[in-house]
Write a protein that binds this ligand. Sequence first.
Ligand SMILES: *Cc1c(COP(=O)(O)O)cnc(C)c1O
Length: 420
Amino acid sequence: MSYQNTLDYAQQQDAKDPLFGMRDQFHIPKDQNGNDWLYFTGNSLGLQPKATQKYIQQELDDWAKYGVEGHFEAKNPWMPYHELLTESMAKIVGATPLEVVIMNTLTTNLHLLMVSFYRPTKTKYKIVIESDAFPSDRYAVQSQLKFHGFDAHESLIEWKPRQGEELLRLEDLETIVEEQGDAIALLLIGGVNYYTGQSLNLQRIAEIGHAKNCMVGIDLAHGAGNICPDLHNSGVDFAAWCTYKYLNSGPGSLGGLFVHKKHAHNKDLPRFSGWWNHNKETRFNMRQPFDVMPGAEGWQLSNPPILSMAAIKASLDMFNEIGMEVLREKSEKLTGYFEFLIHEMNSDDLKIITPSNPKERGCQLSIQVKNADKSLHVKLTERHVITDWREPDVIRCAPVPMYNSFEDVYRMVAILQKCL
Ligand SMILES: *Cc1c(COP(=O)(O)O)cnc(C)c1O
């Protein structure tokens, strides 16, 4: 790509961008003068699609109109409502519909999946995570270890970047598993690391784990709606993600869960159950012995919150209409432009720690700022540039292809330069 460091150029790119109109379909927060904020935290909470209100209103109206009969009479009957989401969600993460369900929230789903896929024995019980794993994942894994009676410190193996490096190397994971695999029960890895933005090759991780009979689980919180993870073909055993980051479904909305097809019909897998993973056909006979459903639906417990699902449907319908390939194509250009402008600043104080290879990252760039403290983040925020600060010295910025523009990126970098 031959980018140019001018506002004119950025505006020309926006004019040529087939997705530029999508921006109008979102509520972009504005300053007192009515100017759009420069919003770069779609990796933390995606913006609200204007359509979301209508989707939720539909369910409120049907609840008012039908009460309990809405389970069958609503325009989108609530009983099978989650099924309306499955196909689009599966497409986004590269899975088959049998392998995916929307339910609960991310950390809850990780626990439910570990109930089935973390089955430690006296000798094979350790868990591998990235040293920079998201805290919730670390706490979840530590509590699972303790729950099974293991020492959380001794039993947790951290896959670390090498001395002086920020990024993970697959060959180091390979070494860990080769050397200690007989004692490892599970690899639980962030598919896209929340801190560095590094996107890992899931197929390689699955191969490395499976070579020593370890289960392989992936946290896709920063991958779903950002990269094309091709979950089914990667061969990983399970995955979970949230939908409020790149998938724009609103604060605390429900998460997604993937269980690979190879486990879909294994009714003997230990799991926690409720009425919602019982066979749909006989669920309401109420007195039947438990009969688990095949596939990812076989991990559900409860009847789901329809209002949250309506917001997810609003978002997934947009993703479905555009397609991940088109979004990825813009995303690579937009993040490439961001990277180009940061390099143009020629500052010794700034270092992008995210990989420069577009195949090894999504849209986020994590920028390490020498000698900076959080006051830089405060200055940016005062100027309505919304980024995310991670101690000690990293700004994370995610230009999201669905609603961020080349002009956003240009203006953001100009303000960053002033603040420095
Ligand atoms: C955002 C995020 C979470 C948040 O978990 P919730 O259960 O949705 O609160 C967990 N793990 C990772 C890797 C995340 O990025």
